[in-house]
Design a protein around this ligand. Sequence first.
Ligand code: GDP
Length: 193
Amino acid sequence: MKVTTAEIVISAVKPEQYPDTELPEFALAGRSNVGKSSFINKMIARKALARTSSKPGKTQTLNFYLINEILHFVDVPGYGYAKVSKTERAAWGKMIETYLTRRDQLRAVVQIVDLRHAPSNDDVMMYEFVKHHNIPVIIIATKADKIPKGKWEKHLKVVKETLNFDPTDQIVVFSSETGLGKDKAWAALKSFM
Ligand code: GDP
């Protein structure tokens, strides 16, 4: 998809603040530093619309981006940041859970993992959560440029095995550096619109 307009609509913490529209939404989830902001920026061809949202001390909000006036990306704060307090973690969990389980406009969760490494416990928990709630999910295995092409299949296998990946789900090998997988990722999103 050619993105011509992309703008932040609102940073929300509670349902009353979610935008009042029927447009399809895709929630972007991933552990801190996995490359989620880079993925969003690559998909919408912007240098830095999505900022790294996972820095400690930064307000943890759901950032709604309106894309081409036809859909929303919802940037979910990165999980698994070690230095976050238990209270903050609990608040994060509640906010995400409320959004993911109650938002009718949500079409799919786009979960970003690092192709180089086996998914973390937090990655596995997030995937289990969306599967448990029957929320459609697309896995993006990013940073593919950091490993040789000949090893992608081997790494994909580890990612799938660790996640207990459902073979009916879509998984896309991606690189925000080279743009690899961008068209496939858009096709995967469109399959839920
Ligand atoms: P976030 O915390 O998940 O939003 O992560 P960022 O998008 O800020 O990325 C974290 C770091 O990984 C940054 O230094 C990025 O430049 C780098 N990065 C993200 N995606 C890629 C990628 O596909 N390839 C490479 N080589 N680096 C990446």
